[in-house]
Each structure stands twice: as structure tokens, then as C-alpha cells.
Design a binder for this molecule. Structure first.
Ligand code: SF4
Length: 469
């Protein structure tokens, strides 16, 4: 998928002027934030924090044993009748999916919500081969009709108002005019039902892969996931290699904490565990299931100081808590993953030079770390990424030069004092309202303060002299 992460400042600027984003995003994030608190601490703070600790330990244990767990998962998945494939990057993943689609003469594919498939741009790849792809999660369906991208990991249309959803459904899907959200949902349901019945292929992600049982787990709130994974004869699940867990009991813990953190539910409406293709005595289910493990840069992260970011269970709680996401929405982040976790993993997956603005899209308030169900220290990673940007000079050269100049002058206090005085004198004589380009990036959004006639150090020295008299 195209990456515009380095356009963050311009895109955020546009988002700040977009009335729909300014209305819809804070409403959605506040709802998610508040509901998370009620669900997480339903049985008291101690219980909620114990659950977080347990989830956090599970993910760290998993990461410590990842290679062995992946081997165990593959062995048991094969035993259960899954076809297991491995993709080192998005090209390879798309190629594998195309080959499967060609083999089964697929004309229409239905998809459930999956960040991994967003990451590889599977829709574009299949559509280029003449295959129709229909998103069936309600939010993703609306985003697809609107020719947009999801703007939140869990709530893809958090940036849209009811009015804009109505307009999209009327104009792009022929919905009869209505302002009633229930009627809109019923329309989408009937529209998608037709597609499910005709589809030759279902494509999903998976929230977890259970190594000991060789199963894939999907949690969701709409019945679309069950249709996608059981109605078409062929099902492909594309899963990041970090999604494996060791045991069914670990899966049970994670399926408790994921919905609490994501949507403030104690359990999702559908909690699925798929143990293989349809058996002869079963009446439904896919006849063939391909599970594709996607690397796409994860192995490199695994070997880096940022390995812990792979513990993420994609709950979206850090997005709902983030004061930056709250005003910019998700599209400003320029790639698949927005918010604090996006600011960490986009530079890691896409290269620092292709996302060097994102580590700075953060106030370092620390709330993302406080809400993360698996206790990922996102602010620490963001600070380290800033250090990497400066040290590897992958960022804006003006920014790096400015920081280097600042560091140099701070080591020369006399020059610093003299330079400060001189700059204050000159700037207090010139009646500037805004700085000239390229320094106007700051004054475009802030009032240039009037320079004081005397610096704090001068005033302090005068104060001390006054006391001594
Ligand atoms: S980093 Fe933590 S809070 Fe953010 S999406 Fe991942 S698991 Fe959720």
C-alpha cells in the first residue's frame, strides 16, 4: 500500500480543517476510551491490572519462543488439514493469493476486516487481476464504497459522520434515502448477503494462531467473519508471524482483554476458533483453508531493540487515548497503522526514511502506555526512534542541522548568552508577525511572541545585584 507517512504535517494540517474529522473522531475516541475503562475495571482495578500483567507476560513469553512456536503451529495446522504457506514480503503474499485464486478460478472474493491484508494491498492486487473483492465488515464496506482507507485499527470509519455515511451508501450503493442508522445497516446487510452467496473465496486475517491445537482465532462483532470463513469453498487467512500464541488457555486470556481494550466489551459477539477445513460429517465450512504467515519486515523488528512492539494485539486503545490522533484522525499517518502504535511500527516496517515524521507525532504524555493491554512502552520507543532519526540523518536535513547547531551552541555558554542577546535585540527592533520561509512552518500556526528586552539571565543578575546593595 502507498505510504505517505512523511506527509504527516501537511495531512494533519488538512485534518484540522476538516469539520467531519473534527466532529467524528473525538466523539468516537472518547466513547472507546470511556467504555474501555468500564470494561477493564469491571471487577475492580486490581483485577483489571492483573489481567493486563497476565496478557503482557503471555505476549513476552510468546516473543521469546517465537521461532519454536511457529514451527509447532505449522505442524499442528498441517495435521488439522490447513495448507500452510509463508510469505517474506507483500509481493510474495499477493503472489500466493493470486495463485490460489487462479487455481480455484475465483471471480468474486469476500473479505473480513484484517490489517495484514491492508498492509499488502490485497484488494488492489486481486482487482488488477480482474477479481472483484468486497469488504464485508460494515465499516470497511463503507470505506471501500467511499474509495477511502480505514482510519482506525478497530473502527475503520471513526472519521465519518452519520451524514457522510448516508451519502456514501445512497450515491455508491443505491440505498433508498434514509437517515435511520438501523435502516442503513439493514440495507448493507441485504446488499452483502448477495455477495456472500456468490463468492468463490473468503479472505480474512486472524487475531491469534494457537500453536498447541493448530487453530486460528478470530474475534469480531459482525456475522460477516463467519460468512467469509465458512460460506465460500476456499478460505485464505493472512496472518502476521507475531500472532501465534502457545496454548488455548493463553488464547482465552487474550480474548478477554482484547475486546475490553478495543470496544469496551467483556467478550465480542463472535469469538471463533477454526480447527481446519470442513470434515466429511460437517454441513458447512470451507473445503480448503490456506494459512499464509506474513513476515514483511517482522523478522527484522524481532532482531532489533524494538522487538517488543510485536506484542501488539491491535486493540486500538492507544489510538483512543492519544491526544494527537484525537485531532488528526488516522489518515494523516499516511499508511496502514495510525496512532501511537502506527508511529512506532510504520517506521520499522516501511523504513525510517519513509516515516521519519511519525516519531514526532506525539506529545509524550504517556497515556498510550497506560492503556496498552500488553504494556508496550510506546513513548520509550518513540523517543528511541527520534534518536535514530537524528543519528542516521534519515529525517529532514534542516531539522537535523538545527538540532546539531543547538547542541553545539549549548556547549559554548558564553557564545550562547551573547548570541541570545544579539538575536533578541535585532528581533525586538524588527516588527515581524511571522517568520520568513522555511521557518514559517511554526508561525503559520502560532503567534510569534514579542521578544523581551532583557533575557532571564540578565534579569536574574540584576535581581541578585539589587539584593546585595
Ligand atoms: S500498542 Fe497496545 S494499545 Fe496500541 S493497539 Fe497495540 S495492543 Fe493496543
Amino acid at each position: 500500500m502507498k505510504n505517505n507517512a512523511n506527509q504527516f504535517i501537511q495531512s494533519a494540517d488538512e485534518a484540522l480543517r476538516d469539520p467531519d474529522i473534527q466532529k467524528a473522531v473525538p466523539y468516537g475516541t472518547k466513547l472507546g476510551f470511556d467504555k474501555r475503562i468500564s470494561a477493564m475495571y469491571e471487577f475492580g482495578e486490581e483485577h483489571g491490572e492483573a489481567l493486563r500483567d497476565e496478557a503482557s507476560q503471555i505476549k513476552r513469553r510468546t516473543l521469546a519462543n517465537l521461532p519454536a512456536l511457529l514451527e509447532e503451529a505449522e505442524k499442528n495446522l498441517l495435521k488439522n488439514g490447513f495448507k500452510v504457506l509463508w510469505a517474506k514480503d507483500e509481493d510474495e503474499a499477493n503472489q500466493l493469493i493470486l495463485e490460489i485464486a487462479e487455481k480455484h478460478q475465483v471471480k468474486l472474493a469476500v473479505k473480513s476486516k484484517s490489517m495484514a491484508t491492508e498492509e499488502i494491498g490485497v484488494n488492489e492486487s486481486l482487482e488488477a487481476a480482474g477479481i472483484e473483492v468486497v469488504e464485508t465488515d460494515l465499516g470497511e464496506f463503507i470505506v471501500q464504497l467511499a474509495e477511502e482507507r480505514p482510519s482506525h485499527i478497530v473502527v475503520p470509519i471513526v472519521h465519518k459522520t452519520k451524514e457522510s455515511i448516508q451519502k456514501t451508501l445512497e450515491e455508491k450503493a443505491g440505498m433508498p434515502p434514509t437517515e435511520d442508522p438501523l435502516a442503513m445497516t439493514r440495507f448493507a446487510r441485504a446488499y452483502l448477503r448477495e455477495k456472500f452467496l456468490k463468492a468463490d473465496l473468503g479472505i480474512s486475517g486472524a487475531n491469534f494462531v494457537v500453536a498447541e491445537t493448530g487453530s486460528i482465532g478470530l474475534v469480531m462483532n459482525e456475522g460477516n467473519g463467519r460468512f467469509v470463513t465458512s460460506l465460500p469453498k476456499v478460505h485464505i487467512a493472512l496472518v502476521g508471524i507475531e500472532k501465534v500464541v502457545a496454548t488455548l488457555s493463553e488464547y482465552a486470556t487474550l480474548t478477554q482483554i482484547l475486546p475490553r481494550s478495543a470496544t469496551g466489551q467483556t467478550i465480542t459477539v463472535y469469538t471463533n476458533l477454526i480447527n481446519g477445513p470442513k470434515r466429511p460429517h460437517e454441513s458447512d465450512g470451507a473445503e480448503e483453508i490456506y494459512l499464509i504467515f506474513l513476515d514483511n519486515g517482522r523478522s527484522e523488528i524481532y532482531q532489533s531493540d524494538y522487538a517488543e512492539s510485536l506484542a501488539c494485539i491491535r486493540c486500538g486503545a492507544c489510538l483512543n487515548a492519544c491526544p494527537v490522533y484525537d485531532v488528526t484522525g488516522g489518515h494523516a499517518y499516511g499508511w496502514v497503522y495510525p496512532g501511537p502504535i502506527g508511529s512506532v511500527i510504520t517506521p520499522l516496517l516501511q523504513g525510517l526514511e519513509n516515516a521519519h515524521t511519525l516519531p514526532y507525532a506525539c506529545t509524550l504524555c504517556g497515556l498510550c502506555k497506560d492503556v496498552c493491554p500488553v504494556e508496550i512502552d510506546l513513548p520509550h520507543f518513540l523517543l528511541n526512534l527520534r534518536k535514530d532519526v537524528v543519528q542516521t540523518q534519515k529525517g529532514n536535513w534542516m531539522w537535523s542541522a538545527g538540532i546539531a547547531g543547538w547542541a553545539w551552541i549549548m556547549k559554548h555558554p558564553k557564545l550562547y548568552r551573547w548570541g541570545g542577546k544579539a538575536a533578541a535585540r535585532v528581533l525586538s527592533w524588527i516588527p515581524l508577525k511571522e517568520l520568513p520561509a522555511p521557518f514559517n512552518a511554526w508561525t503559520d500556526h502560532h503567534t510569534l511572541p514579542t521578544f523581551a528586552e532583557k533575557s532571564f539571565t540578565e534579569l536574574w543578575e540584576e535581581h541578585k545585584e539589587g539584593q546585595n546593595e
